[in-house]
Design a protein around this ligand. Structure first.
Ligand code: GAL
Length: 685
């Protein structure tokens, strides 16, 4: 695999000069030929410089087994090139054509209940089907041959959102591949039996052939089998990505290969921290969930995590929406200003691209009510005007491209496997939501004015002054040692309840909780203590806890209680503790605190660690502030999250969008954005 290529990439609109990419998925096959010229003209008007083409074009390129139809795609590629628009070319293998599924129904996935998934939607293929793979890879080869040298080609886009609909397949193809994966992982059936704890409920295996994917069963299924199946499923799609990428890289070694990740609230089952090294540019899709009051905070959290898995390199926002989507229960359009706010928030968190689903709003199909850059209403519309204005704004911000986010003092750790394992069917509480808990900590710290990074647990967190580990359920020997060294070297670790509970095989660390982290944190918990829905416990600072309230016992010297329960069965017992360790510290939080309680505790913990917020607390709740910098400039992004105007203090400099000089403060209108090139730059005299 080549080392990761950096944006900018080749292509007519992106000819080696750094710039922010701007564009969308472009699906010309949904439109008559005469529309294509208008499209390109309008793209130029909007400032579009790249489109993601051919994402779902398998059936148009190969309408039947014996027929290839490249003419239309040739024409579109040429038109785009003539317009100066680069192409991120989709391999188109996400949605298999009808001739293929009719001839080979065995490529269709099987659900855990044994139901065959029918064609009629999209992504109806088994990640481990050899037949699917053979045909899909043929298709990729044909595209690579045809377009590898096309001057519009800037990037390859493998499939689309791998695993969005088909990540868990329970077919016989999956069973065969799962056994191979397990053989590789365990080497012997005895090792597998031991890891899966099959002495329980008579689940012992005496031959590999007996092992199945965790299909629907009479009682809760073996948790390690389930966890391994989730690992295997993520690995299967990664292997599939590699198979396509290998063909593309062989044909065009200089063209970067990506696939769009889905780091967003409702997508869980691809371990992107583990995938990231395989793509040349990390790209991500993100959609705000309109019903969430903290939808914008969730956007920032996700974008931040994408930056984390990209190792801090600039990344590519492949999809988001100009306005409403079509797949939420109620699809609310964005309020005036939100389009720009949301797009630039991704740039503030390290994206060098702003790309939407999709260019022209469909008139037919399941996504006809999904917004686009060019809406049903046409160019006489607020969305179109906002789209054109954003194109101009991004041009004015060009110099930001290629810079990196300045690292924060604090990192929240995020671990896909702890997420999966902590939410399997057999666990202490269905009310504990891993990602939501991580988001709560992130939000509280942001509200205090801290810049916070979100980092995968295997990232190098040694440089952070404080590391938060919310429900870091799986802690194996390696991670334990890394956390211990972090604290020994002066870091401030904060771990919550349900951390350190099991090893990598999902076996409990015995002797009391939080298991692997018990010594480091200097506490001991005898029983995990979730609360029933609606149940609350008061704490001695006047806040309350819900969902979880453990009675924490101090187990070594140097540990002090920061919070105690004021009522409930654990009244008087510690709920949060802190152990001082030669300059560093290890704090434990045994309860899920309400927002004021969490804010107060974060304030106390950061204060004790000697951290000072980067941002004025009065505005931190409503204004997001992130800084990107490079050798030539330092850029302060200020984003008003709300409709009420805000005036915020800032370093002096030049605001790139307006071109105005900024002295001590700046006023942001409804959902307003300012990007200030700071007058002072540490790298420059
Ligand atoms: C993504 C997908 C796009 C489109 C979009 C709608 O999941 O990649 O093709 O369906 O959602 O929001």
């Amino acid at each position: 695999m080549p080392s990761r290529l950096r944006w900018p990439v080749a292509g007519p609109g992106l000819d080696g000069r750094a710039r922010l990419a701007y564009g969308a998925d472009y699906n010309p096959e949904q439109w008559p030929r005469q529309t294509w010229r208008d499209d390109v003209q309008l793209m130029v008007q909007a400032g579009v410089n790249i489109v993601n083409l051919g994402i779902f074009s398998w059936a148009q390129v190969r309408p039947s087994e014996s027929e290839w139809c490249f003419d239309w795609l040739d024409e579109v590629m040429d038109l785009l090139h003539a317009g100066g628009i680069a192409v991120d070319l989709g391999t188109g293998t996400s949605s298999p054509p009808s001739w293929l599924t009719a001839k080979y129904p065995a490529i269709l996935p099987i659900t855990e209940l044994g139901v065959t998934v029918s064609p009629g939607g999209r992504q109806h293929w088994r990640p481990n089907s050899p037949v699917f793979r053979e045909h899909a890879l043929d298709h990729v080869r044909a595209l690579a041959n045809r377009y590898g040298k096309h001057p519009a080609l800037a990037m390859w886009h493998v499939s689309n959102e791998l695993g969005c609909h088909n990540v868990h397949d329970y077919s016989n193809d999956a069973a065969l591949a799962f056994r191979l994966w397990l053989t590789d992982r365990y080497g012997s059936i005895a090792a597998l039996n031991s890891s899966w704890g099959t002495a329980f409920w008579s689940q012992h295996y005496s031959a590999w052939e007996q092992i199945l994917p965790p299909r629907a069963a009479a009682a809760p299924r073996n948790p390690t089998q389930q966890l391994d199946f989730l690992r295997f499923s993520s690995d299967s799609l990664k292997a599939y990505f590699r198979a396509e990428a290998e063909i593309l890289r062989a044909a065009t070694p200089d063209v970067p290969v990506t696939t769009n990740f889905m780091v967003m609230g409702n997508t869980k089952y691809m371990d992107y921290a583990d995938w990231a090294a395989d793509v040349d540019i990390v790209s991500n899709d993100h959609y705000v969930l309109a019903a969430r009051p903290d939808g914008f905070g969730e956007l920032c959290f996700s974008a931040n995590l994408v930056r984390g898995i990209a190792g801090g390199d600039p990344w590519f926002l492949m999809e988001h929406s100009t306005s409403a989507v079509n797949w939420q229960p109620v699809n609310v359009p964005k309020a005036p200003g939100q389009l720009r706010r949301d797009s630039i928030a991704h740039v503030a968190h390290g994206s060098d691209a702003v790309s939407y689903f999709q260019w022209r709003q469909s008139v037919a199909g399941a996504e006809k009510f999904h917004s686009a850059m060019l809406p049903h209403a046409g160019t006489d519309s607020a969305v179109w005007r906002d789209v054109c204005q954003l194109g101009a704004t991004l041009r004015r911000m060009t110099e930001v491209a290629g810079t990196r986010c300045e690292p924060a003092q604090i990192a929240v750790l995020f671990d896909w496997q702890s997420w999966w394992a902590s939410e399997l069917e057999s666990r202490p509480s269905a009310l504990l939501h891993y990602r939501e808990l991580a988001l709560e900590w992130y939000t509280a710290l942001c509200h205090l004015g801290f810049a916070v990074d979100v980092q995968p647990a295997d990232a190098d967190f040694a440089t952070y002054r404080m590391v938060i580990a919310p429900a870091l359920y799986i802690v194996g020997d390696q991670l334990r040692t890394r956390l211990e060294s972090y604290v020994a070297d002066g870091g401030h670790l904060v771990a919550t309840f349900y951390s350190g509970i099991v090893d990598d095989a999902d076996h409990v660390h015995v002797g009391g909780f939080p298991g692997a982290l018990r010594d480091l944190l200097g506490v001991r918990v005898e029983e995990l203590a979730p609360l029933l829905e609606g149940q609350q416990v008061r704490l001695d600072d006047g806040s309350s806890a819900s969902v979880w309230a453990e009675s924490v016992t101090v187990a070594r010297s140097g540990v002090t209680a920061l919070l105690r329960y004021a009522d409930g069965v654990a009244a008087g017992a510690a709920a949060a503790t802190r152990r001082d360790v030669d300059g560093g510290s290890a704090a434990y939080v045994g309860a899920k605190l309400d927002p004021p309680g969490l804010l107060a505790l974060c304030d106390q913990l950061t204060g004790l660690a000697g951290l000072h917020p980067e941002q004025d607390r009065a505005t931190a709740r409503v204004v997001t502030r992130r800084i990107r910098s490079g050798p030539d400039g330092r850029y302060i992004f200020l984003i008003n999250q709300v409709a009420e105007p805000q005036t915020v203090a800032t370093e002096p400099g030049v605001e790139l969008i307006s071109g105005d000089d900024v002295t001590g403060s700046v006023t942001l209108g409804a959902y307003g954005v300012a990007v200030i090139r700071a007058a002072r730059h540490p790298g420059k005299p």
